[in-house]
Design a protein around this ligand. Structure first.
Ligand code: ATP
Ligand code: MG
Length: 477
């Protein structure tokens, strides 16, 4: 990660070249740039905005055209021809790819001191974006132009531009500008940058990422917090189903690929609110992170960026995509559901777009509300239904939550006893109480009594019904 901790990239302006011939003279139409080496040196160390203000002021006072302050002027100054007579090789970038491509361009800039950084938007300073990676960070140019003299990034003079697109579904683009005779070299540079980015700059691979809801899509590294299987009380059959689904991407992936059966899997977790669907997704995601990249997509994000999320997976290696509460945005055509989310979903899961090595873990309260095409085999090839725990399981869940409570004094037989008879508390709860309800019972009791919990105190909370969210009564104006 050579691009890390880059401070103060070189700003617009010709700097003395040391590893390449001087850039060609400015085009006949362009006035000489006022930012001569002496000016540049005088502004060294100033804040970019101060530099830019002084540059513009200098241009006004000298009557110079300010060629290198506009994106077009910067390109013309370095390639010596009007912008419109150059060739431009362009490629759209997903968010993941824009970060890795930015890191490659940053490395090229660092390796060639004669390269010059400039604007890609008129009047905008080149922009570097910092991405936090578990305490470490990488800073990459996201909106910038870099003029590379011949013999540096390529054999010929080129200007490399990176830009973010606010209104495009493609989050970013990489462009290389060159003189028409150098078109092949520009194309080769694009290929080389993309290949290096893919090979050496997979910053997001193996991480847990959160998909933002706004277009263009941005993936933010995030954390799932602690917790493993031991924290969740679920029937053995549920874990067996989960293991069968994940093995498609772990132990059995090679066989499936050889047989042309595809390695994509979809698992739908169904069940009423609070039975642990999201908690189970998190446990699976935690287990698979590292070898797999995990992308968590909440309902708000999925309704707008689902297709973009699956496109990102091409650069992320084997992935687990966690889709929360799919019924909120997928719906059923028979019930009048319309919109792009359903169409996107059908396209990306075993539809017109083909992705490999993606496990989709989706959850819903209401599988019956989903379109038949959503649940057909090869989209979700297994549905795991989670039910509220029975009494024995409820007692075990209470044991988990009360696990850190100190034992009561030893009884007559010398045995240490737990302070709380969890079986008795579980028996007092109404049928259908979920894991989330049990957690709330313990939480309420802790709010009232701190660590000093007893069977009676928990039974009182259960009897009072204060663990349930009660609808407000009375008149509120
Ligand atoms: N079987 C269980 N074992 C242990 N804890 C559980 C269990 N089920 C639920 N919980 C607890 O309840 C919390 C809420 O559960 P979770 O958010 O996973 O429910 P959900 O099924 O996703 O609900 P929703 O449909 O409302 O999204 C969990 O974080 C966990 O602490
Ligand atoms: Mg949930």
């Amino acid at each position: 990660m050579d691009a890390r901790r880059r401070d103060g990239p070189r700003q617009t302006g010709r700097v003395p070249t040391d590893d390449a011939p001087a850039a060609p003279p400015a085009a006949a139409t362009a006035t000489p740039a006022p930012d001569a080496p002496a000016t540049t040196a005088a502004l060294d160390g100033e804040h970019p905005l101060v530099r830019r203000s002084l540059e513009v002021l200098g241009q006004l006072l000298t009557g110079a055209g300010g060629s290198s302050s506009t994106a077009g002027g910067f390109v013309e100054a370095h390639l010596g021809q009007p912008h419109t007579s150059l060739v431009l090789e362009r490629v759209a970038l997903t968010h993941t790819r824009s970060v890795s491509v930015g890191a490659v361009v940053a490395d090229l800039l660092a390796a060639h001191p004669s390269a010059v950084l400039g604007p890609v938007e008129d009047g905008e300073a080149p922009t570097w974006t910092r991405i936090d990676l578990d305490g470490d960070h990488v800073s990459v140019p996201t909106s910038a132009a870099v003029a590379f003299p011949a013999g540096t990034a390529a054999d010929v003079d080129v200007v490399v531009q990176l830009s973010r697109s606010e209104f495009d579904p493609d989050p970013a683009s990489l462009r290389v500008l060159a003189r028409p005779a150098d078109h092949a070299a520009a194309r080769a540079l694009v290929d080389e940058v993309l290949a290096t980015a893919r090979r050496d700059k997979g910053f997001f691979r193996g991480r847990v990422l959160h998909a933002g809801a706004r277009l263009p899509l941005e993936l933010q590294p995030t954390s799932l917090g602690p917790g493993g299987r031991e924290d969740l009380v679920l029937p053995a059959a549920v874990w067996a189903e989960v293991d069968a689904a994940t093995s498609a991407l772990t132990t059995r992936a090679d066989v499936l690929r050889e047989m042309g059966l595809g390695t994509n899997r979809g698992v739908l977790l169904a069940g009423p609110p609070g039975v642990g669907k999201s908690a189970l997704s998190r446990v699976v995601a935690r287990e698979m992170a590292g070898a797999f990249t995990v992308v968590v997509v909440d309902a708000a994000a999925a309704s707008s960026v689902l297709r973009q999320v699956y496109r990102e997976t091409a650069d992320l290696g084997p992935c687990v995509v966690v889709l929360e509460d799919v019924d909120l945005y997928l719906g059923d055509r028979r019930a009048g559901a319309r919109g792009t989310a359903l169409a996107d979903f059908l396209a990306v899961l075993d539809g017109t777009e083909v992705y490999t090595d993606v496990l989709t873990l989706a959850s819903t309260n209401d599988p019956a509300a989903l379109d038949a095409a959503v649940t057909r085999s090869a989209r979700f090839d297994s549905t795991i239904t989670l039910a509220p725990p029975d009494r024995a399981a409820s007692a075990r869940i209470l044991d988990r939550y009360l696990g850190r409570l100190p034992a009561a004094d030893a009884g007559d037989d010398g045995e240490q006893r737990p302070r709380v008879d969890t079986a008795a508390v579980a028996a007092a709860l109404p049928a259908g109480a979920t894991g989330a309800d049990l957690r709330e019972v313990v939480r309420r009791a802790v709010l009232d009594h701190g660590r000093d919990l007893t069977t009676e105190r928990l039974l009182r909370v259960v009897a009072d019904g204060r663990w349930k969210a009660e609808p407000l009564t009375g008149t509120y104006l």
